[in-house]
Design a protein around this ligand. Structure first.
Ligand SMILES: [Zn+2]
Length: 328
């Protein structure tokens, strides 16, 4: 039997990160607003002009992608993110009718793929649209469906590619603003430098540091930092998938902490249950610093780049000062 997760409060809530731009609806229905007007060439031009001025509607499955879309699209987009609640587990997310409506009216959709947000593809096929652009980050990165770790946004390689694709796809929707989108994407990529520098600096100084984790959420980042994750992937996958790990693997995991075999414990704050809580308690009791890591971007107060930089700083603080940062 699978374990029961208790952090499901609000799992069905669609949290909108911004008010749905009413402008697009006005523009979309504008052509039918007045038959007499629409019959004249002048009115048609006015409708075309209103459409060009309207904001592009973007729906992101996860708010980290929504944040990058908002940074690249700037003043010409409205972005809604389906998953942005830091107290829910995206692996058990259940789609609401509101999401279907959002996706049905979106001009651009961005989703992770690798089965992480499979509900998006179902919602998209239920409201087929030939004019909707869909970015699947997995496909963009050329990753196979059986990619073991779906948390692609923790890899430093991912978001620059995503930002440039967003700029290209937004430019197809509003060609007049192509240079603006491209400049924003370049600015975003440049703004990742403090994070990339912090990763390189940590790796140079503390590469080979041993860590333990519950779930693989931050594994791509740990790996980029040169951290050796002692927790077997099979254990992490069991936690991710809500499967009971074997008693042997639980005792191995607890041993890393109780016997001080690792310098830090990266704890997924969004995939929690009685087992992960008890493992975290073992870390706390043994004095192993705990670093909270997240599936979705913690809000308010963070954008993608400051969130990722904060995680690196929290890990470095754990290793150098033996201090926990359980919550960002
Ligand atoms: Zn996860």
């Amino acid at each position: 039997m699978g374990r029961t997760r208790y952090n499901r409060i609000g799992a069905r809530l669609l949290v909108l990160c911004a008010a749905m731009g009413p402008t697009w609806w006005v523009a979309a229905s504008g052509s039918g607003a007045s038959t007499a007007e629409a019959s004249t060439a002048g009115a048609s031009a006015a409708v075309a002009s209103r459409r060009a001025a309207a904001k592009i509607t973007v729906v992101a499955a996860e708010n980290e992608y929504g944040d990058v879309a908002a940074q690249v699209g700037g003043k010409y987009v409205t972005v809604d993110s389906v998953e942005s609640n830091p107290n829910t587990d995206p692996h058990t997310y259940e789609v609401s009718p509101g999401v279907a409506r959002e996706v049905a009216s979106a001009q651009l959709v961005i989703q992770n793929g690798v089965g992480y947000d499979a509900y998006m593809s179902k919602v998209e096929s239920a409201s087929a649209s030939s004019s909707r652009t869909v970015i699947v980050v997995q496909k963009l990165l050329g990753l196979p469906d059986n990619t073991a770790n779906p948390h692609l946004w923790y890899s430093p390689k991912t978001m620059p590619i995503v930002a440039n694709r967003l700029a290209g796809d937004l430019a197809k929707l509003q060609p007049a603003h192509a240079a603006y989108f491209k400049a924003n994407a370049s600015k975003f990529v440049a703004s990742l430098k403090p994070w990339l520098d912090a990763i390189a600096s940590f790796k140079a100084k503390y590469g080979g540091t041993k860590a333990a984790t519950t779930e693989p959420v931050a594994d791509y980042l740990l790996s980029a930092m040169g951290i050796d994750n002692a927790t077997p992937f099979s254990f992490q996958a069991d936690i991710m998938n809500g499967v009971d790990p074997s008693p042997q693997s639980i005792s191995l995991e607890s041993g890393f902490l109780a016997k001080h075999k690792v310098k830090l414990f990266a704890y997924n704050q969004q995939v929690v249950d009685a087992l992960t809580t008890s493992i975290r308690n073992t870390a706390q009791n043994a004095g192993i610093p705990v670093v909270g890591v997240y599936e979705t971007m913690p809000t308010p107060g963070y954008d993608y780049q400051s969130w990722m930089l904060a995680e690196v700083h929290a890990i470095e603080t754990a290793v150098t000062k033996h201090t926990s940062t359980e919550h960002l």
